[in-house]
Every structure is written in structure tokens, then in C-alpha cells.
Design a protein around this ligand. Sequence first.
Ligand SMILES: [Mg+2]
Length: 172
Amino acid sequence: MGDEKVKEEAMQIMGLFQVLPRLVVFDLDYTLWPFYCECRSKREMPRLYPHAKGILYALKEKGIDVAVASRSPTADIAKTFVEKLEIKSMLVAQEIFSSWTHKTDHFQRIHKRTGIPFKAMLFFDDEDRNIEAVSNMGVTSILVGNGVNLKAFRQGLTEFSQNAGSSSNSKQ
Ligand SMILES: [Mg+2]
């Protein structure tokens, strides 16, 4: 499936939901791309998972902000790849640094930079411990098994809208 077709399907999926996140945050290694960038050379031309670009295009068209949060020990390689893949201009925040915490500090920084509440964020990552730590902050967090794809995207939006529903009910 080409990027345009994926984008179209992602747009249709978003159309199914009344509540959407204001910001979607992606991990890099094994979430947006199928490798650890620390094992690669900056000179290489990286590739994304097949659905990643189409989903990013759809979010942009829908006016939903996008950010990345990565604990890569080689931030220089990760940032070079983000530029080479032409996604840098689509990002409102790019937090790439190694850390002992499981991305809670990445999300604090993203929140400071964007002003967007954790409850309005959706996060995709391939590591359990990041998912657990970040969901404890109030971010809807989705574990991906084989990179981000339309199935994970739909699951993320479903869980996001369920969380949004339950938090508004509890306020009443
Ligand atoms: Mg990862």
C-alpha cells in the first residue's frame, strides 16, 4: 500500500471518532523504523515501517500535532535519520536523549514545550516499561508489536476515546 492509500485509510479511521488526541507521540526504534539506529551509520538512507509515513501525513492534514520521544544513545544518528526521512518539519517536539527514566522526562519536556495536557496525548512505543511509565502520567499509550501501522493506529484512537469518555464521566 502506498503512502497516499495509507493516508486515506488513516483519515477514514480518524473520521470514526468524535474525540481525537491533540498530539500523537512516536518512539523511533522499532516503532517508526525497523532497526536500532545506534547500529547504523549516519551515511545510510533509512526507511520507515510501511504505514508510518501515511499515518504522519494524515495526522498533519487533520491538524493533529506530532512529536517523537526516543531514548536512543545515539541522538545524532536518530536526528540525522529524522531529517533524511523528511519528518523533521512535521514535528512540534523532538526529544531524543538516553535516560534512566522510562520516558517520563521526555514527556515532561514535550508538555512544557507544547502546553498540551497528558490526557490529550496518544503515544506509540514498542517497549512495555515505557508504555507503563507514560500511561501512569495519563497519556493513552499503545504497545506496538511490529511498528506503527493502521491497526495500531485504530487501536490507539479507540483507547484514547475510551479514556477520554471515562475521564469526563468521572468529572461529572
Ligand atoms: Mg523503541
